[in-house]
Ligand binder design. Structure first.
Ligand SMILES: [Zn+2]
Length: 368
């Protein structure tokens, strides 16, 4: 089946999945391919965006593995959407993040169905990870999607991301009193006020914390808007903070501290996303780590991701979820590529992992 891998990934790159129409067309394309392989396939729509859910294996085995891949990609140059193979690499927008992994997950699920896997495999192909994931993975989880272990095929170079930082994105607004710029003492400057507030927040203790997988949280002043004319004291300033907090920190406590420090500013939460803190000793994590190192011949690192992914929707329900994908580089930038050998390897690892769940978990338990 692995002969399908590069053609599938190349077709998906060519589809230019940066618009709703293209993503939905890709979803239909994947659903048809999976149907042809004899899988049971559903196309689910939420707010006009389509997700594909395909199942293989035994639903009553007591072990459900979810393979989750996103079909959407970030924008690029026209040439990024013409896949090309060069020096063992497949170049193209999404090859690494994460259409290569999507193709591998499709092939792995089809293989598992042909080999009558004992565990259940649910393949989810979703439309909107790059824009928050609410209508894809978020919706599927809301509708009751559950499993014992979730692999999101994000780019990780065959290492395993067990943790991800939480997201807290805020809008802060300060107000002042407008006056003529030649007599600033008659007014109150909202921009300098915002600047002082920002400096105070930057000093807060939560930003000094560290944890096993992360040296620090992150804090980015993303956007500032304020002021009108050059000869005027500004009476309004807005600034935007993008905070990525550690998995062992609490978003509500951080927010309380910020509200206290910025007591004379208004604070609005624009977006909040739960962190991921999958147990490194979870038996599925260990089994995947073992299976991968059996293939690569080297030890597989567990690490924490600074950015967030769809794993967070499962983490919210205490379902162990990790990010695991092939080797490549330059995602979200020019010359994105996936290493072709590593993509084949990735697909074989997924297949062996499924076999190992059958042999080392299910069989082992029934023998007891
Ligand atoms: Zn991604």
């Amino acid at each position: 089946m692995e002969k399908f891998l590069i053609p599938l990934a190349s077709d998906l790159i060519r589809m230019k999945n940066t618009s709703r129409e293209a993503i939905n067309k890709s979803a239909e394309y994947c659903a048809n391919w999976l149907l042809k392989q004899g899988l049971s396939v559903k196309v689910v729509e939420n707010k006009g965006l389509k997700s594909v859910v395909a199942t293989a294996g035994q639903p009553d085995s007591g072990k459900t593995l979810i393979l989750n891949g996103h079909l959407d990609v970030v924008p690029g140059e026209e040439s990024d959407f013409i896949p090309r193979v060069e020096a063992g690499k497949l170049f193209g927008r999404g090859s690494y993040d994460m259409l290569g992994a999507v193709a591998a997950m499709m092939v792995a699920t089809a293989e598992a169905a042909k080999q009558n896997a004992s565990c259940q495999i649910i393949l989810q192909l979703v439309p909107d990870e790059e824009t928050g994931g609410a209508h894809g993975t978020g919706f599927l989880v809301e509708e009751g999607a559950r499993g014992d272990f979730v692999i999101c095929g994000e780019p990780t170079n065959l290492q395993i991301a067990v943790q991800a930082k939480g997201v807290l994105q805020l809008l802060l607004e300060t107000s002042g009193i407008a006056a003529h710029g030649s007599r600033p003492w008659l007014g109150k400057n909202a921009i300098t006020h915002a600047f002082e507030t920002y400096k105070r927040i930057e000093q807060l203790e939560f930003l000094q914390a560290s944890s096993t997988f992360f040296p620090n949280p992150s804090f980015n002043l993303a956007k500032v808007a304020g002021g009108g004319a050059i000869n005027q004291v500004p009476d309004h300033c807005a600034f935007y903070l993008d905070i990525r907090y550690l998995p062992n920190q609490d978003a509500d406590r951080i927010l309380d501290q910020i509200r206290q420090t910025a007591s004379d500013a208004s604070v609005t939460v624009l977006q909040q996303g739960a962190p991921v803190q999958t147990d490194e000793n979870d038996r599925f994590v260990r089994l995947l780590q073992q299976t991968t190192s059996e293939f690569t011949g080297s030890s597989v690192r567990l690490f924490g991701q600074d950015g967030s992914a769809d794993t967070r929707y499962y983490a919210r329900h205490a379902i162990p979820a990790i990010e695991f994908g092939p080797i490549g580089a330059n995602h979200h930038g020019p010359d994105e590529f996936v290493d072709i050998d590593s993509l084949y390897l990735y697909q074989r690892i997924l297949n062996r992992f499924i076999t190992n769940i059958d042999e080392r978990m299910i069989l082992h338990e029934t023998e007891k």
